[in-house]
Design a binder for this molecule. Structure first.
Ligand code: UD1
Ligand code: CA
Length: 454
């Protein structure tokens, strides 16, 4: 049997935040969610989150996880005290307990599985996931013999000047034989610099303990403050970019590009500098994103170019040119071979194939047919102060520059709307609609010096 416990009761004082540390967001997910996700493939029989500080908030954030139990650590008296809270829920449990800290979001699932495998190979009482760090500041130092048998873990603050130089640290991830751990837990003391019950003290009471070094020390990063949070984001982003470049995506100045975990990119996508792909975004082959674009929960087809633009919750079909400076949002759908250009905003707009809106427009709650041409400055006035209304424009229709279409309104196919018109009534197919004051010219109105004539 396998049980997993995640320590998530601490406040995270060094974060200086109103949010409990384990709920700090990192690339669209909280720290503790990332830790739990890494335990999903283990298929553990039990999975227990130890909560305490703001426990209602932490429980609510994790409630949807399959197979999760909570143990309450009312007072946070240290990591050892946290694990003591499992004595009751794990009464009679036989098997391994994997302990993870809720603040180590870079750990990979394979690494945890490997730790369990090594533990079983040795038939150990405990196996500690360790790392060799050039700068071990803040971590518990691990001392072991040549066969990687662990002798002691000494917390940073309890180290003497010689011990503090040791670069092998505990990552805070362990695999225990639960029954041997359960026998050792009641022996913990608070004889240390922080006057806490340290989980690391149990190694003084367990007989057969091994250390297992991480291949990639980055995985050990524990997030205690906002500098480490920023560092973790950099590492996650580098992992993501490296993965996509290996899969055939070109990136220019990759350090300026961010890509969330769920994003999917086809080979032959090009991402130009300062572009950000978030949420469930997909991009098709041959498309160039950027420079300076942000796509969130959006699907972009093949052979498009999106530059200096923001697209959210929307779809763009193949061969479109978007931007510079377009904003597409609110479940908009843009057909093939469209151009949505400079300073054009689409909100909940359906745009047919080969339709262009090239300059300075707002098209909201609108359905545009195919081969429509939206003149510069066209506005769909969709809001009457109470409700939003629909605009429909038929195939091959054109709106002149600066026209305003007051919704609800229906413009037929092949319509031409004269520039500067304010259209309040529906226009039938094949019509020319002009709705503007007639031009008046008053001859000889001024004299040579510009004075008004009587
Ligand atoms: C801990 C380890 C240290 C290791 C480091 C790795 C101990 C004593 N030290 O130190 O050896 O190198 O992690 O990152 O175990 N928590 C509780 N209840 C408590 C106290 C803490 O649930 O009473 C939780 C925190 O929410 C956090 C985790 O335990 O998720 C680790 O606590 P933290 O205070 O960050 O420990 P470190 O000082 O980093
Ligand atoms: Ca920590």
């Amino acid at each position: 049997m396998l049980a997993v416990a995640v320590l998530a009761a601490g406040k995270g004082t060094r974060m200086k935040s109103s949010l409990p540390k384990v709920l700090q967001p990192l690339g669209g997910k909280s720290l503790v969610e990332r830790v739990l996700n890494a335990t999903n493939p283990l298929n553990a029989d039990r999975r227990i989150a130890i909560v305490g500080y703001c426990s209602d908030q932490v429980r609510a954030a994790l409630a949807d996880y399959p197979k999760i139990e909570f143990a309450e650590q009312v007072e946070q008296l240290g990591t050892g005290h946290a694990i003591q809270q499992l004595l009751e829920p794990l009464t009679g449990f036989v098997g391994e307990l994997v302990v993870l800290t809720g603040d180590s979001p870079l750990l990979r699932a394979e690494t945890i599985q490997n730790l369990i495998d090594r533990h079983r190979d040795h038939q150990a009482s405990a196996t500690v996931l360790t790392a060799i760090l050039p700068d071990p500041t803040g971590y518990g130092r691990v001392f072991c013999d040549r066969d990687m048998r662990l002798e002691r873990i000494i917390e940073h603050r309890d180290c003497n000047p010689e011990q503090i130089l040791n670069q092998r640290v505990s990552t805070g991830v362990y695999c225990f034989d639960w029954q041997q751990l359960a026998a050792a837990l009641p022996k913990l003391t608070t004889n240390n610099a922080q006057k806490e019950y340290y989980l690391t003290e149990v190694f003084d009471y367990l007989t057969s303990v091994y250390a297992n070094d991480l291949a990639d020390p980055d995985e050990s990063l524990g997030i205690n403050d906002r500098l480490q949070l920023a560092h973790a984001y950099e590492i996650l982003q580098k992992r993501s970019r490296d993965k996509w470049m290996r899969a055939g995506v070109t990136m220019l100045l990759p350090d300026t590009i961010t890509i969330d975990d769920e994003v999917e990119l086809a080979p032959n996508v090009v991402i130009e500098p300062h572009s950000h792909l978030r949420g469930n975004t997909k991009v098709g082959s041959g498309t160039t994103i950027g420079p300076s674009s942000m796509l969130t929960n959006s699907m972009i087809g093949e052979n498009c170019h999106v530059q200096f633009s923001v697209i959210e919750d929307s779809q763009v079909a193949d061969h479109c040119r978007i931007g510079p400076f377009a904003r597409i949002r609110g479940e908009s759908m843009v057909g093939e071979k469209c151009r949505i250009g400079n300073f054009v905003e689409l909100k909940n707009a359906k745009v047919g194939d080969r339709t262009n809106a090239a300059h300075l427009s707002y098209l909201g709650d609108a359905t545009l047919g195919e081969q429509v041409n939206i003149g510069a400055g066209t506005i769909t006035a969709n809001y009457d102060g109470f409700k939003k209304h629909q605009t429909v424009i038929g195939d091959r229709s054109k709106t002149g520059a600066n026209s305003v279409l007051i919704a609800p309104i229906n413009i037929g196919d092949n319509v031409n709307i004269a520039a500067g018109s304010i259209i309040v009534d529906d226009v039938e197919a094949n019509a020319l609609a002009i709705a503007r004051a007639k031009q008046v010219v008053k001859s000889d109105y001024y004299d040579q010096e510009g004075r008004k004539q009587k």
